[in-house]
Design a protein around this ligand. Structure first.
Ligand code: OAD
Length: 228
């Protein structure tokens, strides 16, 4: 018999216990920085050094942290389920924990791309992107991140994948950012949906879901032990 498919949508909260700050919690990144200054194409035009530095710091930190119990539990689930991860995160902690199907909606920190041709994507050697680092067409390389105001090219594939779920799991996202937050709309009616987050969901508009009010590590363990 083929394995049941679990589609997992993750956000910053799944990496919080690895020591990576979330965006909108108290003490989160968007309290320290203004989105408009570091995460938009306009910011890149206005102040490239600041944008590069912001992502350099995130990338540097990524080399210093490790996957946590939630990432490992999701990787482990592949033994019994066909697990597909859709992540809003730009870290590589799902992959490092051993998950083999990971779709990055908002880009990847360890990659950079041409600022004139978005198809020219490279894996950066080390953590630091510098002014003067150029693509093969001679333009400055930029972080391989989907900034606010840019299209999320992976959304149609992610929506299609969401519609194939036998079980849908949402971990550590405030569901504030669209179009990612709208992916749950594609889950087929009747599919069990689980939400793992220490905070009450805000404007979640799924008709029925099981809320596991825990941090990602203990919540994912509970999901596996009590619900799957
Ligand atoms: P947010 O910072 O908006 O939400 C983080 C969620 O994680 C909240 O619901 C928290 O309650 C929850 N959380 C905090 N600690 C947790 C823990 N230990 N375990 C589980 N959950 C925990 O982050 P996202 O929803 O991922 O985009 O943000 C979405 C997008 O907005 C990001 O991809 C990023 C950001 O701006 C870009 O930069 C393009």
């Amino acid at each position: 018999m083929s394995k049941k498919r679990i589609v997992v949508l993750t956000g910053a909260g799944v990496s919080a216990e690895s020591g990576i700050k979330t965006f909108r919690d108290s003490g989160g990144l968007w309290e320290e920085y203004d989105i408009m200054d570091v995460a938009t194409p306009e910011a890149w035009e206005r102040n490239r050094d600041l944008v590069m530095e912001f992502y350099n710091q995130r990338r540097k930190q990524l080399y210093e942290v490790e996957p946590n119990a939630a990432h490992y539990a999701l990787a482990e689930l592949e033994k019994d389920y066909d697990v597909r991860i859709i992540t809003q995160n730009v870290d590589d902690l799902h992959e490092r924990a051993g998950s083999t199907h990971v779709m990055h909606l908002h880009g990847e920190l360890k990659k950079v791309r041409s600022s004139v041709d978005e198809n020219l994507v490279y894996t950066l050697d080390g953590w630091e992107l510098k002014p003067g680092d150029k693509c093969e067409k001679g333009s400055q390389l930029r972080p391989h991140i989907v900034w606010f105001g840019e299209p999320v090219h992976m959304i149609p594939a992610a929506a299609e994948l969401s519609a194939t779920a036998d079980i849908y799991v949402i971990i550590g996202t405030s569901l504030n950012v669209y179009p990612a937050a709208g992916l749950v709309d594609y889950v087929r009616p009747g599919t069990p949906v689980y939400l793992i987050d220490p905070a009450e969901p805000g404007a979640i508009h799924i008709p029925k879901f099981t809320f596991i009010q825990e941090k990602a590590g203990t919540g994912t363990k509970k999901l596996v032990e009590e619900y799957l």
